[in-house]
Ligand binder design. Sequence first.
Ligand SMILES: Nc1ncnc2c1ncn2[C@@H]1O[C@H](COP(=O)(O)OP(=O)(O)OP(=O)(O)O)[C@@H](O)[C@H]1O
Ligand SMILES: [Mg+2]
Length: 253
Amino acid sequence: MDSQIMHVRNLNAYFGQSHAVKDVNIAFSELSVTAIIGPSGCGKSTFIRGLNRLHEEVPGARASGTVLFKGEDIYAPMIDPVALRRTIGMVFQKPSPFPAFSIFENVAVGLKLAGVNKKQILKDAVERSLRKAALWDEVKDKLHMPGTSLSGGQQQRLCIARALAVDPDVLLMDEPTSALDPISTAKIEELIAELKKSVTVIIVTHNMQQAARISDHTAFFLMGELVEFGETSQVFTAPKEGRTERYITGRFG
Ligand SMILES: Nc1ncnc2c1ncn2[C@@H]1O[C@H](COP(=O)(O)OP(=O)(O)OP(=O)(O)O)[C@@H](O)[C@H]1O
Ligand SMILES: [Mg+2]
């Protein structure tokens, strides 16, 4: 049996009175890729934002339940959410490099905020992270250029490098390729396969082929509920729930 890095128990998330994530129970295997699928508005983004306490940053939003990360509840009072978000990093749908920052600074920023200021340590970490994000060869001669001067696909890999620089255990990705062309998408998919050797990946995607290609496990959400969770091959070839089958075969609604 594989070991599990995260156990989610009875997670609920609200925006004011609206109940967006309903009593979700799930566990994530270490060094695996889990795809989160489901129709628009079913709570996928809200759910993964509950896994690193980003949800509570929305005014009026709250969460309840337990998320055990390596055995410790991330919602416990002594947990610092800012430090937590380095360990459980996130990449968003729209590539979002810091506009005023160079490529180098974009990758170094998390380490600097964590108190690292030795030049050589930062240089090494930036190179290592850009290599892991499969971007080093394309940017090594222009590290001083603005992050926003890169193409969309390069910017997304820059954001992945930024998240990797602080050595996360888990990387949450919210539709990281939906704004990218097929070649950039293929690069990020290859990268995820490589990342899985050192990071646990939880990825929201609307692309069924992508989920089937890159993930070990798949979770299907509908109207805030986790309807089905299992090995990706099982969910796609022999779903247990009729609702899952209707969704993955496009006969939903
Ligand atoms: N900031 C917000 N304030 C109030 N309600 C919100 C907010 N963000 C999301 N919601 C609501 O919460 C529910 C879940 O939204 P969420 O963004 O998690 O869905 P999603 O599955 O990620 O959808 P999509 O595939 O379109 O990204 C929806 O009903 C949505 O309208
Ligand atoms: Mg979303």
